[in-house]
Write a protein that binds this ligand. Structure first.
Ligand SMILES: *[C@@H]1O[C@H](CO)[C@@H](O)[C@H](O)[C@H]1NC(C)=O
Ligand SMILES: *[C@@H]1O[C@H](CO)[C@@H](O)[C@H](O)[C@H]1NC(C)=O
Ligand SMILES: *[C@@H]1O[C@H](CO)[C@@H](O)[C@H](O)[C@H]1NC(C)=O
Ligand SMILES: *[C@@H]1O[C@H](CO)[C@@H](O)[C@H](O)[C@H]1NC(C)=O
Ligand SMILES: *[C@@H]1O[C@H](CO)[C@@H](O)[C@H](O)[C@H]1NC(C)=O
Length: 155
């Protein structure tokens, strides 16, 4: 199921004058963790459009259900027409991208995984899905989230 949580972020955006909207996402097999919110920036359209030659960022907010997850690497894939295309990460170590750092030892906290990249001009303009998998130190996926996105030129 896609999650649409539009009203509160729209109100928040109006009040704060910034983009903090929640992006619809699909859980694709999280184990011992649950995704609370996903924020993509920029996100002026549905699905969110990322502008070629510009920065784009994603924040994945999640909880862990067991206090003993030892994170390993993150894997990102673009899914275009059912084909998975790996997107190599300069820094795959999950712990370096989590605000609170590691270990993920609290089932009470909401952890925030943040990633930013400059979108290459070389990509075609298209709609696709991006899949983020967070692996533990034994390479088992503990969090998987899929987000619909578009690549376009900045209007
Ligand atoms: C992204 O990369 C393009 C091409 O290299 C560059 O012109 C642009 O300034 C970069 N944008 C940011 C926000 O770093
Ligand atoms: C989690 O780990 C941090 C850093 O090692 C530590 O300061 C904190 O007390 C730990 N929390 C729990 C609930 O074990
Ligand atoms: C754009 O993203 C890069 C990471 O790819 C980052 O180093 C840089 O600070 C960002 N620039 C802006 C203006 O946010
Ligand atoms: C996890 O995967 C990486 C990359 O494929 C590999 O180098 C590493 O040895 C694997 N670790 C385990 C514990 O299987
Ligand atoms: C999930 O938690 C159980 C119980 O703590 C553990 O045995 C299992 O390895 C964990 N799986 C992952 C992918 O973290």
């Amino acid at each position: 199921m896609w999650r649409f949580e539009l009203l509160i972020p729209i109100l928040t955006s109006v009040i704060l004058g910034v983009e903090v909207s929640n992006t619809p996402f699909r859980d694709c097999g999280s184990v011992n963790a649950s995704v609370e919110h996903v924020h993509v920036n920029p996100c002026h359209t549905s699905p969110c459009s990322l502008y070629k030659g510009n920065n784009a960022s994603i924040i994945i907010e999640f909880r862990v259900h067991t206090p003993n997850i030892m994170p390993g690497n993150a894997i990102v894939m673009g899914v275009v027409s059912g084909m998975e295309i790996p997107f190599p990460l300069k820094e795959p170590n999950i712990c370096k991208s989590i605000d609170q750092g590691c270990p993920l030892n609290s089932t009470e906290k909401i952890y925030a995984f943040k990633f930013e990249t400059n979108i290459s001009e070389d990509y075609p303009s298209l709609n696709f899905h991006v899949t983020w998998k967070l692996l533990n130190n034994l390479n088992a996926t503990f969090l998987c989230v899929q987000v619909p996105l578009a690549l376009t030129q900045k209007p």
